[in-house]
Design a protein around this ligand. Structure first.
Ligand code: TYM
Length: 330
């Protein structure tokens, strides 16, 4: 429980409410949140303002926020141990983002890989929010003076920018923010099942990812159609990805034995895929069951988010008092 302001080694992370989560989100971020909250004070945010930067349906958004909260909780995020809240409930996020806008060079934002990729994907809607997205992310993190950010590999560049913004702010206005670092899992980059050169993502299409809500049949079907070694290499990107998924869910011992068998040519891909599919199914089963239970208690989810926002705002207001004073707006 966060009893004091500004804890040491505070963890902060967040996800966008853009629809069902996939195995990449889980193995890159969510699974480690659940482990980290046992040892550290943690804050987990639903970053709805970030989700406005690509086309979305205003009618669906409130439901998506609740759905994401359900995903967090059913995966094991515990509101007794961590703060869980919705970004737009705390206006200090956008307030701090504005101040960071004014100290961040355009050139730094132009370098951001995610901006380049998203501009490519959403050619009809390259808005200023998409461009300054990493600044709002820096504000999310630094508002709580968080030291560690558990995310997937695609977010490393944004956290590095967060550190640069903190340094620039500290240098200009006096020491205020920590130099935040990422925490990555071994599986910080889960790849698409059918195109294992690309990271797993919903935008590639249904067959490319496993949703946390997928049925056992859907999981079997998707894993069976996973690409293995089309390029004829000894261990292609697709096979490596399957082993990575297995390792993340099952631990090293079993996997090193299977890798051995694979090296000796004694592990048919069909068998490997069956093992991977069954491992995913049995890992997701309790999460899916908990989710069904929690779905019956939607009102409580609302209460958890309100309480989370109250606790988060206490810290956010304190930081903004300090920031306003330092930058000379009062
Ligand atoms: P989002 O919602 O796009 O992604 C949520 C998390 O999932 C990770 N991830 C992956 N990890 C491994 N393999 C993959 N294929 C894969 N795909 C996605 C992402 O790295 C991320 O950790 N910008 C953030 C949201 C955010 C945030 C923050 C995060 C806003 N403010 C402050 C941390 C701290 C994002 O990409 O979310």
């Amino acid at each position: 429980m966060l009893a004091l302001l500004y804890m040491n080694n505070l963890i902060f992370s967040g996800m966008q409410p853009t629809g069902s989560l996939h195995l990449g989100n889980y193995l890159g971020a969510l699974k480690q949140w659940v482990e980290l909250q046992e040892q550290h004070d943690s804050i987990f945010c639903i970053v709805d303002y970030h989700a406005l930067t690509i086309d979305y349906s205003p009618k669906d958004l409130p439901n998506r926020i609740t759905e994401l909260a359900l995903d967090y909780l059913s995966a094991g995020v515990d509101p007794e141990k961590s703060i869980v809240f919705v970004q737009s409930q705390i206006p200090e996020h956008t307030e701090l983002a504005w101040i960071f806008n004014s100290i961040t060079p355009m050139g730094e934002l132009e370098r951001m890989t995610q901006f380049k990729e998203k501009s490519e994907q959403h050619k009809q809607n390259i808005n200023a929010g998409l461009f300054t997205y990493p600044i709002l992310q820096a504000a999310d993190i630094l508002l709580y003076k968080a030291d560690r950010v558990p995310v997937g590999e695609d977010q490393v560049q944004h956290v590095e920018l967060t550190r640069d913004i903190a340094k620039k702010f500290n240098k200009t206005f006096g020491k205020t923010f920590p130099e935040t670092k990422v925490i990555l899992t071994k599986t910080a980059r889960i790849m698409s099942l059918v195109d294992p050169e690309k990271k797993m993502s919903k935008s590639l299409g249904e067959k490319h990812y496993i949703a946390l809500s997928d049925s056992p049949d859907a999981i079997k079907k998707k894993v069976r159609s996973a690409v293995t070694d089309t390029h004829g290499g000894s261990k292609s990107a697709g096979v490596t990805n399957l082993f990575d998924i297995l390792e993340a869910l099952n631990g090293d011992d079993m996997v090193s034995e299977l890798k051995d068998q694979h090296k000796k040519g004694k592990l048919p891909y069909k068998d490997l895929k069956d093992i991977v599919a069954n491992t995913i199914i049995s890992h997701l089963k309790p999460i899916q069951e908990r989710r069904r239970e929690l779905e019956e208690q939607r009102e409580e989810i609302g209460e958890i988010l309100i309480e989370g926002a109250e606790r988060a705002q206490e810290i956010a207001q304190k930081t903004m008092e300090e920031v306003r004073e330092k930058v000379g707006v009062r």
